[in-house]
Design a protein around this ligand. Sequence first.
Ligand code: TXA
Ligand code: MG
Length: 330
Amino acid sequence: MKTEVISVDKNVDEEKYYAQAVEILRAGEVVAFPTETVYGLGADATNPEAVSKIFEAKGRPADNPLIVHVDSKKAALTHVQEVSAKALQCMDAFWPGALTLIMQEKPGTFAGNVTANLETVGIRVPNHPVALNLLRKLQLPLAAPSANTSGKPSPTLAEHVYHDMDGRIPLILDGGATEIGIESTVLDTTCEPPVILRPGKISKEQIEEVIGTVRSSSQNKTSVPKSPGMKYTHYAPAAPLYLIENEAGLIEKAIEYVQKKGKRVAVISETEYPTADFNFPLSMETLYASLRKCDSTDADLILASVENGMQSNDALMNRLEKAADHKWFS
Ligand code: TXA
Ligand code: MG
């Protein structure tokens, strides 16, 4: 299959390209598109064959359910039942935006492989002109996980999608760099108090301002993860990644120690380390791109520098710890 990449936000004849994307999606194929968080790999959420192509293209385990994207609160409400007052308040406060709400699916609404046959479904209205335009023209709910190969960092540029999906999907809509850079906050509203299953740009504090107390899933560790995606490896670069505290010259010492063994070191951090073999920036917006850049070097080991202020950033720390598989350099 040839993968076409179309730059939509710079195009004069946009209508034609949206029509092409809609036609492909209606025919049960997969199209990658930008959202404000990361690029998504979209398929008609009511068509099980179309949805299975997402799992195939990503190499994603079938028990990890997908997020459904719709263009409005009104559209979301046609797909769910027994919606809590708090879920409704969240929709009003944060949609369109980077908050996915887990709710009770109306039985039979979505293809069974969207929800991994759970009774609940995660839905959000993305806050990106390309995603919204596509959804409005399509008039179908779009199941869309992040558009990366399963286990790899999520794509924040169309070229990341192309790298992972070339030859696997027919079309990528290129809307430039995504603004937020990490995936949406996932909030389970089917329990009381609601639980944050995945931290994101929309923080616990912001949600609590609207609906009162919510729990973080870390305070709620059970043997069976409530969010199935949480048990899988994520965002992993090819070389081993270690988190390291930025204090008392520890990073310089670590670089020297590793290099003495004849190995090359990449450092991801807010500041540059002149002795490192490679330096890449670290922030919510740049983390995934930096992890991918490490893969294009011959670094044997990657250090991610955790600054003092960073420890309180749940979303960034969550992604860093997963990418490092919780390894700290010592
Ligand atoms: O920002 C985002 O959310 C991006 C963009 C494309 O919208 N999408 C995304 O999707 O990150 P994905 O599939 O990579 O992550 C979905 C997460 C997984 O951790 C999954 O386990 C969880 O949401 N999830 C989906 N449906 C669920 C459900 N019914 N119950 C619990 N967790 C669910
Ligand atoms: Mg993902």
